[in-house]
Design a binder for this molecule. Structure first.
Ligand SMILES: C[S@@+](CC[C@H](N)C(=O)[O-])C[C@H]1O[C@@H](n2cnc3c(N)ncnc32)[C@H](O)[C@@H]1O
Length: 201
């Protein structure tokens, strides 16, 4: 089965096949362990790359969320850029969660907590959400996911989401606006949009 079909399984059926992705953003250099059954395990996903290069580095600390963290390129970049923030890497894929734990430990990033969605304390609020969201779970499931997590932004908090134009970035922006969020397109590159989503509107 191809990665795209199974990367959001809770326990990937694919036999382990360890790999490494090297991340070099200039300010952040990381070597990240990957594995079969995890999203984009052979290279940094181009959408994730656009997000990491184009979204502004957050200026406030607090709790951050990487929603759908995969093996952790977004969570670990945020943690390296803002050492005083506590970054939550959340994924339904247990193999991905375990990889984030290993990758954070190997990089000496003690400000990362990787866990399954249900393991995040219910009263936690996030100043920052960065996500390459799982568009392939389908629109109803994606909307439910965003309805679960975006209300947990602090009043001044903001989310940055990277979405492929061909996979519905503009319709997602319209839906978010209809849900009452402020939505701004902060970057557009290589067919991807980076959307800034705020509660304040
Ligand atoms: C497009 S991938 C991005 C992975 C990683 N952030 C990256 O940039 O390489 C989306 C991720 O969302 C995860 N996912 C799918 N459904 C989810 C859910 N309901 N809650 C949390 N994560 C989910 C998938 O397992 C996958 O790892």
């Amino acid at each position: 089965m191809a990665d795209a079909e199974q990367y959001f399984a809770s326990s990937p059926a694919a036999a382990s096949s360890p790999g490494v992705v090297r991340l070099d953003l200039g300010d952040v250099r990381l070597e990240l362990a990957t594995d079969a059954g995890v999203f984009s395990r052979t290279r940094l996903d181009p959408g994730t790359s656009v997000l990491l290069h184009k979204a502004p580095v957050p200026t406030v600390d607090g709790d951050y969320l990487d929603l759908g963290c995969g093996y952790g390129p977004i969570a670990l970049t945020l943690a390296a850029r803002r050492p005083r923030a506590r970054v939550w890497g959340v994924d339904v894929n247990e193999r991905a969660v375990e990889l984030v734990r290993r990758n954070a430990a190997a990089a000496g990033l003690s400000n990362v907590t990787a866990c399954l969605p249900d393991e995040v304390p219910a009263d936690l609020r996030f100043t920052t959400v960065w996500s390459n969201p799982p568009i392939r779970i389908g629109k109803p499931a994606l909307h439910e996911l965003l309805r679960t997590w975006l209300p947990r932004l602090t009043p001044d908090g903001a989310a940055h989401l990277v979405v492929q134009r061909n996979l519905g970035a503009d319709s997602l922006a319209g839906w978010l606006t209809g849900e009452g969020y402020g939505v701004e397109r902060v970057a557009s590159q290589k067919g991807f949009r980076v959307l800034r989503v705020s509660r304040a509107g």
